[in-house]
Structures are given as C-alpha cells and as structure tokens.
Design a protein around this ligand. Structure first.
Ligand code: URP
Ligand code: ZN
Ligand code: ZN
Length: 464
C-alpha cells in the first residue's frame, strides 16, 4: 500500500485550523499530527505555506443531462476533470426518472453515463417526475442503492413539475426511508402565465427569462415547500436559492426550529440581472432558473452564508454552449436551454470573495463547500473532513496563487465562462482522491473512470 506524507501544511477543517502533518496510507488518512517522520511514507510532499483542505463536494451538478431539447455539454469525464482541477473531489449529480418509467431505469442509465468516465467519486440524487402510489416503494429501493436524496420540481409545468399531492407524498415517504427531498422552489404555474403574456407581447429576448420569474414566485414556493415538509414532519433542502425574498422564508422556518436547509450558488452571489440588461442576445449565457436577481440580493445571500441560514454552496453546473446550444432560443427565450457552467470555479470564487473579502472564515468556507454537503447528503465522515479513517480526498490549496477565470483557459467543455475576467486569489495546487494524486500543480494527472459511485446513507439530512 503506498503512502504519502503531507508535511508542514495548515490543516483546515470546519471546526479547527492546525499546523500539522497528514499521512495518507492507501485510500485513507492514517494519521494527523505534528512531527510525523518522513520515514513513515513512500513519498513526502512539502506543504509549507499551503492550506490542506478536505476535498470539495459539489452537491448539485448536471453532467450529460438531456434538457430543453439538447444535452448538457460536459459529460462525466470532462465535467469531473474540470471539477478536480478546481479542488472538488466529489459531486452529487442527478438521474432523471422519465414520466411513466421506473426510477431503477434512470439509475442504470446514469451509472452507464458515468462508467469509464468519472474522474472523481460521484453520488446521484433522483429527480422524481412520476409518483403513483405504487412508486413510493421505488423510492425505498433507491435508498437501498445509495440514492439518499430526491429532487422534485415546483416549476416547469408539463415537463418536470410535480403537484402538491405528489410532493407531499414524496416528503412523507422520506419520513420512512430517511432520505431528504431537494426542492426546486419556484411557482411554475404563475411563471407560465407571465411567460405566455411576454411572448404574446413579442418580448422574446433573453432578459425576459429573468423578468418573468419574480422573486415572489420563488419565495412563495419555498414557503409552501417548507410548510409541506413541516406537515410531513421531515427535513427539506431548497436548491439554488437566489433571492432575499426566498431567504427570508428559510430564515423564518429555521427560527421556528424547523430542519429547513438551503444552498445558493456562485452566480447568485456574484452576478446580477445587470449582466443581462442591455446585453441583448449575450444575455442567453445567463439563462438559468431561478434567474439572476437585482444586485441588492447578493449582500443578503452572503449574510445568509455567514449566519447559517444557508448551509451549502453548490454550482448547479449545467453547461450549454453559447454558439450552438443557447442559439436554439435566438427568437424565443423559452427555447434557450436553461443552465450555466461553474463546476471548476466554485472553490476559487468562494474562497476569494468569501474568505479574502472578509465575509467568513476559512473554516466556514470548508463547511460550506465540503463538510455541510457531506453531512446533509449522507457522506460524512467518509467525505467532508480531514480525519483519521476518512477517505484521503485532500486539496493542497495555495492561498496566494492569483488566477484569472476565462473560457480560454478553463477545462469545462463549454465555449464561455459566466465569470470571464474575474480575478481571484487562492487556488487548488495538488488534489488527492482516495489517496491517489489526480491534480499536480493545476494539471489533471488522474484517469477517467477511476471515480466510484458513492452509496450514500439516508440519514434524514443528519438533522436529528
Ligand atoms: O437552469 C437550471 N438551473 N438548469 C438546471 C436544472 C435545474 O433546475 O437545476
Ligand atoms: Zn432546479
Ligand atoms: Zn440544477
């Protein structure tokens, strides 16, 4: 069994920062303490001046996903390679149940998509589109397969949207099987009326995607989702929360002691509707749901991360190339495939704008990008922490490396960056996944297909 000693680094966990050495033996962490002798390992790495972090966990990605008449441009190989370069060693992607089909079929399909391709470990949430009473036990079967979470949509009527009865039944089933429901919370019926009206008035440009999805439509759905979870007596996780209005609903619920969790994404923290206003067709680069909001929401979301109203930062990475895929909606914003790229840049952006700009500590950073998603989604302490016995998913993070984000140099298979020209300080230098070095000085050196499917434990969001 090969061993690696990482010496002289600063080991950062969500609850501690210590100067110590870290010994990897095989796929796991064997020892953490100051003064481990070099003779203990086959290879010694000097981490002087570097932070040693648990590998990042991106709990919301869409690789090789069919959507809006096309397929997300990153597959499990290109997407997970880019993730690794950015310091992410685990993703949780989404399998989609087709209407009328079994969840088992979707799971088999997504395993095949990842097979031979995934460069890092991956879990799967199941998107539920069809839930007859007989299908409730299929949820339990999925839980036995390590699918500890399900996503339901309150938006996209006629495509993905679930009605309240379906949502309530799914929530109640998680009381029995311990899984957690991830909710896409937007009032799809209201949005549909606004969209039809806009089109009837000849408003077809990308900006109307954002203007037909008001923050109240998000807040109302968040409120309803949490209320249904409360009635079912289970926790709930709101995905890609984008606005102050919606945030207030989560805060109010948490103040009442409810186990309501929520994530936001870098695009909502750092971009705003200004990126679309006057951008004309270029605005299609920012067509995703929920949409970009007025700039004033950003500070509220940063505050939400500081105060634990928001627990997780994920990417909702769902890339479509501007030249040919976004172009499907050139004359009609509703035909622009919804989604944007970001899997590679999450850690850089959150470190720079979170830690360097004084929004929160480096420990809180680790909590948001690794420990909290590991806990909520049933991967802790295998993932999400540097501890003896945990998987050796380790990032050597250079807090002083400056980097400019650009489509010209990124590794995601997409022809634009939402964060083009953003200058950040702090970047992943070396990355280990289960003890194997997969990134060296920012270059990917791992092998596609080495990533394992993660059987996650259903622990009801680990809130009890
Ligand atoms: O626009 C988005 N967010 N696309 C991905 C699907 C989803 O709703 O998460
Ligand atoms: Zn969604
Ligand atoms: Zn998504």
């Amino acid at each position: 069994m090969s061993s690696v000693l990482i010496q002289n680094g600063t080991i950062v966990n969500a609850d501690s920062t210590v100067k110590a050495d870290l010994l990897i033996e095989g796929a796991v962490i064997k020892e953490i303490r100051a003064g481990i002798p070099p003779s203990a390992a086959d290879k010694v790495v000097d981490a002087t001046g570097l932070l040693v972090l648990p590998g990042g966990i991106d709990a919301h990605t869409h690789l090789d996903m069919p959507f809006g008449g096309t397929t997300a441009s990153d597959d499990f190989e290109t997407g997970t390679r880019a993730a690794a370069i950015g310091g992410t060693t685990t993703i949780v992607d989404f399998a989609i149940q087709s209407r009328g089909a079994k969840m088992r079929t979707a799971l088999d399909t997504w395993w095949k998509k990842a097979e031979g391709k995934a460069c890092i470990d991956y879990g799967l949430h199941m998107i539920v589109t069809d839930l007859p009473d007989a299908g409730l036990e299929d949820m339990d079967e999925m839980v036995r397969e390590g699918v500890a979470s399900f996503k339901l949509f309150m938006a996209y009527p006629g495509v993905l949207m679930a009605d309240d009865a379906t949502i309530f039944k799914a929530l109640r089933q998680t009381a029995k099987n311990g899984a957690i429901i991830c909710m896409h919370a937007e009032n799809g019926s209201v949005i549909d009326v606004l969209v039809r009206q806009a089109l009837a008035e000849g408003k077809t440009a990308p900006i109307y995607h954002a203007l037909t999805r008001p923050t109240r439509a998000e807040a109302e759905a968040v409120h309803r989702a949490i209320a249904m979870a409360e009635m079912a007596g289970v926790p709930i996780y709101i995905v890609h929360l984008s606005s102050e209005d919606a945030l207030n609903e989560v805060r109010e619920a948490r103040d009442r002691g409810l186990p309501a969790f929520a994530e936001t994404c870098p695009q909502y923290l750092l971009l705003s509707i200004d990126n679309m206003t006057n951008a004309g067709w270029e605005g299609a680069k920012y067509v995703f749901t929920p949409p970009l909001r007025e700039r004033g929401n950003q500070a509220k979301l940063w505050a939400g991360l500081r105060t634990d109203t928001l627990q997780v930062v994920s990417t909702d990475h769902c890339p479509f190339c501007f030249a040919d895929q976004k172009a499907m909606g050139k004359d009609d914003f509703t035909k622009i495939p919804n989604g944007g790229p970001g899997i590679e840049n999450r850690m850089q952006l959150l470190y720079h704008h979170g830690v360097n700009e004084g929004n929160f500590s480096v420990n809180r950073f680790v909590q948001l990008v690794s420990t909290a998603p590991a806990r909520i989604f049933g991967m802790y302490p295998k993932k999400g922490v540097l501890a003896v016995g945990s998987d050796a998913d380790v990032v050597l993070w250079d807090p002083n490396q400056e980097y400019t984000i650009s489509a010209a140099t990124h590794h995601m298979r997409v022809d634009y960056s939402m964060f083009e020209g953003f200058r950040v300080r702090g970047n992943a230098r070396d990355v280990y996944s289960r003890g194997e070095q997969i990134v060296s000085a920012g270059q990917f050196i791992g092998k596609p297909g080495r990533g394992n499917y993660l059987r996650r434990e259903a622990r009801g969001g680990a809130w009890k």
